[in-house]
Write a new protein. Structure first.
Lengths: 248, 271, 271, 248
């Protein structure tokens, strides 16, 4: 039995699968899909997964203000985190600053946030960017907010684990500092991914399809997860799930 | 206790280094409007660790010379329009940072030490832009590689909005303790607050745990709904309709000016 | 939630580096008695920043190999008798520190950095005794002279008593935030608590501000009056009569042993 | 009109005079007389003096745990503090550790507490030790918990301001690193002070008497101050003021 699903639901389901079995997942600002994925993984964990979501009051175990997420990561108490990028290159360098010559960039993004730190310290950093175009996935970023890999003398227990876009999933090979295409989302093709990816990456002979969410997963997403994510991301929940639980 | 929001705004001199919290913390938006109305100039804003509508409005109104922050973000609403324009035009000096380094700089000031070590960062292009960050080593030689040493950040003023304050001049911020560090680190802290707490916040063990003592606070004034149109944790959500209207108007300089005329100059500062 | 105080004490291995708060903070005295009853050995105690009756009893009972603290103080009652004897006899390794350096070492561990700079100290004989303190300089050269660089302190266990905890494993400590830093810095934290809070401490904005999240806590057990005979902030005063009796008995080794026999070994640990 | 008074009342009054006009006074552990003096100064200040007393719940404006006193001092927000010493020498070095060879000292004191830090950072550190004997006031301390003066390159906005004992008051001359006898308490003599002081100090030709507390000062001490200090030091308040307000 296959159910129809929305792209956001596939992404939430795909990312949640990467979080199963972990102890503590943290979510930064402006991240409704990673947030939804973490809440889904928590719903499936029987309560063993902790979720700390920036901007949330319900899903936030922190009591020490803005420093605690970073301190907690340095203590080794955060297993997974999400980063995006206005640009992401083939070595998993991410650019959250801007396109063009710094500082007077012709396109300006919000800024690096905690990327230059959490990318080093959180073991499983999942890169997530819905837009999958040569404009975003570039050969080399214009500004390295945070590097994908580091020299051996740099203290770096953390780093990139996968890159999830609106078209596919890439794994990251730290030793080679290269992405490898893992699966293509339903409705998309390997050729399309190749066309739309600006960086060079490994491509196995056979690339599978990203698994569609199971019916019970969709039910969880549309029920409990939609309700829970609406607290922090009301506009997202209203648009995707028609959820207006948190409307003022 | 100060008479009104204009008396509070008068305590922020031109050129001051002003620390501001992000939109999900305690934003003194009414004070920001009062600052724009007064025509404050040459501010050095510090987003702790990021800044949102407060920063965008102050930049749009020409109040800002320097912006030091890990990000300018207005969340789901899109890119900050006045900030984006200012970067393109090169009209503000930008000091890009990363969240834990900004927190570390403030914690160094809080502790009266000249710098604080921070993990990560090495290999980021951010490092090349900063003369107040240096690469150093662990003096105990545990061989975990280079560290970034972040210079202390001492704001002249921390400007925040709190849900509660009392007649003794204490302000309650609950778990939003970045504002506590900001208050400790700054030379002085100015506070607007929603409701007067009838009693002594420090005398109640439960309230005291989330209270900035008067010791650090140089001026307070009550402004109900003082974080509007941004939300206030535990108190009220953002005014979505208003913020969308802001985003629409602020797409152009003229539109932003019209927004300021309608919402800052032509109205009493306290809505 | 652990079954009882003995199950909690079982989680402190011989040789562990254990952080303890001072008598005016949250002392897990019932847990200390359970540790003595179990016969724990070779502890490295860290007084944050000083230690009182907890330290004196553990030393007297032969549980301590190393004591790292800014002071051993039992306030108005006089000099700590077992500690004083142990120093004279040379039976414990003493690491004398100063309060802000102990806090700084824990804060370094909290932040995952190898060291933290501290003002002062230069010229104190303390410095000569410490291979985990070094004299360094401000890399930004603001010429304010030497600084002491204090190595991070990472306790294996932080052991505290809290007035409240909830079924989710969160513990409320109010303004006694040295226990928050201790919990962040340690590999795990063990908590005894007086009263069960019926609800989620993190869901109540007022309580959350003074709460150590379950995230940091490896085990909790309820022990009413668990700080006795020391007092607990906001809850109950010290048992003056009992503490005077302790002071009298502990003047000699035999007297201390009689105290332990009567109050630790012959009684249920939870009074 | 002169009233009779107890030695503790004279000390409280004498120290309080050194605090008038300040903004914030902090008091460490085991310090009932300095605490009483600060509370007296606050009572006279019309509320402008803040008092932060370690161990007190009523007289404590701190909300950040054990670090705040030290951070606050480093921020320049504490004007006066008190230190004692198992030994104090003529250069204002203090020893809170022990007598004899460290670490196996033949007499052991509680420890250095925050002295090695606060002595550097608080502008007006008042040394207070009731016992005034050659055993306490020594030529040279056996262990320097905190030095009285520092080399010019050491960051040191703070340091010793005066030494108050059960017999007299000394001022401290930072440039000479020497004490100077300022006044002798009623009932004591300059000769007695000289006999009982183990260190060399400056002694002017005329040394005045420490002023006795005025009647209204005594009234304040025995009333409001006694009540307030009893919260933190019940045994002291009971002994000196027969105050049992806080008895369990």
């Amino acid at each position: 039995m296959t159910a129809t699903f929305q792209p956001e639901e596939l992404l939430i389901s795909t990312i949640a699968d990467m979080l199963d079995g972990l102890g503590h997942v943290a979510i930064g600002a402006s991240s409704p899909i990673p947030g939804g994925a973490a809440l889904l993984a928590r719903a499936r964990s029987g309560g063993s997964l902790r979720v700390s979501m920036l901007g949330s009051e319900d899903h936030n175990a922190f009591t020490n203000g803005g420093t605690e997420l970073f301190d907690c990561a340095a203590q080794g108490r955060i297993d997974a985190f999400f980063l995006g990028g206005g640009q992401i290159d083939g070595a998993a360098n991410i650019n959250l600053v801007g396109i063009g010559d710094y500082p007077q960039t012709k396109v300006r993004f919000p800024g690096s946030f905690g990327s230059a730190y959490l990318y080093f310290l959180v073991p499983r950093v999942i890169l997530f960017r819905e837009e999958h175009t040569p404009r975003v996935l570039v050969p080399k970023v214009d500004f390295i907010s945070a590097p994908g890999t580091s020299a051996p003398d740099v203290y770096r227990p953390g780093g990139p684990y996968a890159l999830v876009t609106g078209r596919c999933v890439f794994d990251f090979d730290k030793a080679q500092a290269r992405f490898r295409l893992k699966s293509v989302h339903p409705g998309h093709t390997v050729e399309e991914v190749a066309d739309m990816t600006g960086f060079d990456c490994d491509q196995p002979d056979r690339v599978g399809e990203t698994p569609a969410p199971a019916a019970e997963t969709l039910e969880l997403i549309r029920g409990r997860v939609a309700d829970e994510i609406a607290e922090t991301y009301p506009a997202f929940a209203a648009r995707v799930f028609n959820n207006t639980a948190s409307a003022a | 206790m100060l008479d009104d929001i204009d008396a509070l705004a008068a305590r922020v001199p031109d050129g001051a280094k002003v620390a501001l919290p992000p939109d999900y913390s305690g934003c003194a938006m009414a004070a920001v409007r009062a600052l724009i109305k007064r025509g404050v100039r040459d501010l050095h804003l510090i987003g702790v660790p990021s800044v949102g509508f407060q920063g965008d409005m102050l930049i749009g109104a020409g109040c800002v010379a320097t912006l030091e922050t890990a990000a300018v973000t207005i969340g789901e609403y899109g890119l900050a329009p006045c900030f984006t324009r200012a970067i393109k035009a090169g009209t503000i000096k930008m000091i890009d940072g990363t969240c834990p380094a900004i927190h570390a700089g403030l914690q160094a000031a809080e502790k009266g030490i000249p710098f604080m070590p921070v993990r990560g960062i090495v290999g980021s292009d951010l490092l090349e832009q900063r003369d107040d960050w240096m690469v150093g080593n662990d003096p105990f030689g545990d061989d975990q590689g280079p560290l970034v040493l972040v210079k202390a950040i001492t704001p002249d003023v921390t400007l925040i909005h709190a849900p509660l304050a009392d007649r003794h001049g204490n302000a309650w911020i609950g778990v939003r303790r970045e504002m506590m560090v900001m208050a400790h680190a700054a030379k002085t802290t100015l506070v607007t607050f929603d409701k007067l707490y009838d009693g002594d916040l420090l005398a109640d063990a439960e309230m005291a745990a989330g209270t900035i003592p008067a010791l650090y606070i140089g001026g307070l004034t009550q402004v109900e709904n003082g974080a509007w149109p941004v939300g206030l944790f535990g108190a009220y959500p953002a005014d979505d309709t208003h913020l969308r209207a802001y985003m629409e108007m602020a797409r152009t300089e003229e539109g932003f000016q019209a927004y300021v005329n309608a919402n800052v100059l032509d109205r009493k500062a306290a809505e």
